[in-house]
Ligand binder design. Structure first.
Ligand code: 16G
Ligand code: ZN
Length: 536
C-alpha cells in the first residue's frame, strides 16, 4: 500500500471540470495527453489486478489515440487472448481512475481485490506498447511505476501498432501450448504474416504498385520493417510507403490517414495522387484500412470497411465451397447500422450469407463474429477482421482432399487464417488479405468496386444539450428515447424511396450522429437534415 501511495503521488490525477468523471469508453480513456499521466498510472493498477485475477496471464496496455490529433493520447487494456478488456471490468477501471485522492485510490484498489477475490501475492504480468505520440514516454513511465509498485512483471515493447500489441499478448499467453499464436516478438509477428502471405498468394501475381499512406503514424516504420520479411523471389509486392514521417509529431493524422479519407471522402492531398494507382490508407495506430483510387474520368472512389467485408466474405465463401465444407462450417458477416444497405443486400442476396447487425464498437462486432466458424466483421470506418474458430482451423488441417482443387482451397483457407489477425482489426494484415484476394480474382480496384453500387448516404453530427437523453434499441437502429422521436423519424423516412435513417449518441464525443441513405444523393441529404432537425 505504501508503495502504491508513494508512486501515485508522483503521477497525480488531474481533476476534471465541474464534476465530470473520467470514463473507460469504446476506446479506453482518450483525451488531451496532459490529463492522462495519472490515468495511465491507475490503468497500470487495473491491468495488474486483471492479470492476478486471471492466474498471472499477461495483460496488455496500449498507449495510443489512433486517428485523433497529435495532442491527444489514450490508454486501453487488452485481455489475455488479445481481445478488448472484458466489459464488466470497464467500470472497475472507471472507479480506480476517478478515486479523488491517492488514499482513496489505495482503498479502491484494495476493495476491488477483496470484492473480486484477487490474491495480491501471486505473480502478475503486463506488457505494453505505444504509438509515435511524444506524450507516450511520460505515460508509459507512469504505467511502469504502477507495475513496479504492485510487483508486476512487465515488458516494454516500445513503439508498436495497436494490432501488434494484441498479437504479442496472445502470443505470450499461448506460448508453448498447442494453440501457440506465434513467436513472442515483433519479429515473430512479421515472420508469421510474411510466411502466411506467401502461402496464401500461391504464386499469383500482384498487379502494379500499391501506394500506402501511413497517416504519419507508427504504421509507417512498421510496414517498412514488415516488407523486408517478404521473400522477393516468392512474391513481388511493389509497395510505395508514403506519409511515414514520424519525426514531426504535429503531422500525425494531418490531412492523411484512413479517418481523413473516410470522413472527407477524398484522397490525401499529399503526395499528389497519381491517377489510376491502387492506394490505401492506414490510421494513426494502424488498425483501420481504406482502399481508393483516383480515376482519370470519374474521380475519387473509395472502398471502405463494407467493401473489404464483402470482398473477404465472397472470397472465403468461394474457398469454403471449393473445399467442400459448405455444410460443415457456418460463415457469418457482422456489420453495424452504418453499413451501406447495398453491401448488406449484396452479402445476403448475392453471396447468400447471413448478416447480423450490432451496436457500434469493435467489442460488439468481435463478440458476435466469434459465434461463427468463420465470422467476418468490419465497421464501415475500416476496422475489422475475419475470425476462424478452432473447429474451422482443425477442419482445414484434417480434411483429406479428394481433388487438387479441394486441396488448393484447404491450403489457401489455412493460410488466410494465419494471415488475418485473429485478435483485432489490423490494417497491415487486412491490406495483405485484400492484396491476396485481388491477386486470386485477378481484379483491379475498379473490378472490386463494380460488385455493387452503394446507396447515396449522408452522416451528420448534431450538437445536442445532453446526448445521454438519446437511448437506442435494435442495434442502434431505433431510438427508445426521447419519447416520440422515433415516430417522427419513421414519418420522415416513409416519404423517400429505399430510405433508411437513424440517430444515436456518439460514444466518443458529446454529440449525436444522424445517418441517412436513400435512392438519390439529394434525397439522402434532405432526409439526414430533416432527421437532424428532429433530434436537435
Ligand atoms: C470507437 C470505436 C470504433 C467506433 C467509434 C465510433 C473501438 C476500438 N473503437 O473509435 O469502433 O466506430 O468509436 O465512434 O471500439 P462514435 O461512437 O463517436 O460514433
Ligand atoms: Zn486506430
Amino acid at each position: 500500500d505504501e508503495q502504491i501511495l508513494a508512486a501515485s503521488q508522483k503521477h497525480p490525477i488531474k481533476p476534471l471540470d465541474k464534476g465530470q468523471l473520467y470514463k473507460y469508453g469504446t476506446a479506453g480513456f482518450r483525451m488531451n495527453a496532459d490529463l492522462l499521466e495519472g490515468v495511465t498510472f491507475r490503468v497500470g493498477l487495473l491491468a495488474s489486478l486483471r492479470s492476478r485475477k486471471l492466474g498471472g496471464q499477461a495483460i496488455g496496455v496500449m498507449v495510443t489515440a489512433s486517428h485523433n490529433p497529435a495532442v491527444d493520447n489514450g490508454v486501453k487494456v487488452v485481455d489475455p487472448m488479445g481481445e478488448m478488456l472484458e466489459q464488466d471490468w470497464e467500470k472497475f477501471a472507471t472507479a480506480l481512475v476517478n478515486a479523488p485522492s491517492d488514499d482513496d485510490l489505495v482503498k479502491t484498489y484494495n476493495k476491488l481485490a477483496t470484492d473480486l477475490k484477487i490474491n495480491l501475492n501471486i505473480p502478475a504480468k503486463v506488457i505494453y506498447g505505444r504509438d509515435t505520440r511524444p506524450s507516450g514516454h511520460t505515460l508509459v513511465t507512469a504505467l511502469a511505476a504502477a507495475l513496479d509498485a504492485t510487483k508486476t512483471e512487465h515488458v516494454d515493447y516500445k513503439l508498436l501498432t495497436t494490432p501488434q500489441l494484441h498479437y504479442l499478448v496472445r502470443a505470450t499467453n499461448s506460448e508453448g501450448t498447442p494453440m501457440s499464436y506465434g513467436k513472442v516478438s515483433e519479429a515473430g509477428y512479421y515472420e508469421k504474416l510474411a510466411t502466411a502471405f506467401v502461402r496464401a498468394m500461391k504464386g499469383k501475381k500482384i498487379e502494379g504498385q500499391l501506394v500506402v499512406d501511413c497517416a504519419n503514424g507508427v504504421g509507417g516504420p512498421k510496414l517498412t520493417e514488415f516488407l523486408k520479411y517478404i521473400p522477393k523471389d516468392k512474391v513481388n509486392f511493389d509497395v510505395k510507403v508514403v506519409n511515414d514521417d514520424v519525426l514531426r509529431p504535429e503531422v500525425l493524422n494531418l490531412d492523411c490517414g484512413a479517418d481523413f479519407v473516410k470522413t472527407k471522402q477524398r484522397a490525401p492531398p499529399s503526395p499528389k495522387p497519381r491517377p489510376g494507382v491502387r492506394s490505401c490508407s492506414l490510421d494513426g495506430d494502424a488498425d483501420r484500412l481504406m482502399y481508393y483510387w483516383v480515376d482519370p474520368e470519374t474521380g475519387f472512389f473509395m472502398l471502405d470497411g463494407d467493401r473489404i467485408s464483402s470482398l473477404a466474405a465472397s472470397f472465403i465463401g468461394e474457398l469454403v465451397e471449393a473445399a467442400n465444407l459448405k455444410d460443415s462450417l457456418r460463415i457469418g458477416v457482422v456489420q453495424t447500422a452504418y453499413a451501406n444497405g447495398a453491401s448488406t443486400n449484396y452479402i445476403t442476396q448475392h453471396l447468400r450469407l447471413p448478416v447480423v447487425c450490432t451496436p457500434t464498437g469493435v467489442k460488439h462486432l468481435h463478440h458476435v463474429a466469434q459465434g461463427y466458424d468463420i465470422g467476418v466483421y468490419f465497421e464501415a470506418n475500416g476496422h475489422g477482421t475475419v475470425l476462424f474458430s478452432n473447429d474451422a482451423l482443425s477442419t482445414f488441417k484434417n480434411t483429406s482432399p479428394q481433388s487438387p482443387a479441394q486441396k488448393d482451397a484447404l491450403d489457401t483457407l489455412s493460410a488466410m487464417a494465419d494471415l488475418i489477425n485473429q485478435t483485432v482489426g489490423d490494417a497491415i494484415s487486412d491490406m495483405l488479405m485484400v492484396e491476396v484476394i485481388l491477386a486470386h480474382k485477378g481484379w483491379s480496384l475498379r473490378d472490386w468496386a463494380m460488385t455493387y453500387t452503394d446507396l447515396p448516404n449522408r452522416l451528420v453530427r448534431v450538437e445536442v444539450g445532453n446526448k445521454d437523453l438519446f437511448a437506442t434499441t435494435d442495434a442502434e437502429r431505433r431510438l427508445s428515447s426521447p419519447e416520440g422521436a422515433q415516430e417522427e423519424i419513421d414519418y420522415e423516412v416513409k416519404k423517400y424511396k429505399d430510405a433508411r435513417s437513424f440517430a444515436r449518441a456518439s460514444g466518443t464525443e458529446n454529440a449525436c450522429r444522424v445517418y441517412a441513405e436513400a435512392a438519390t444523393r439529394s434525397e439522402a441529404n434532405e432526409l439526414a437534415e430533416r432527421v437532424a432537425r428532429i433530434i436537435e
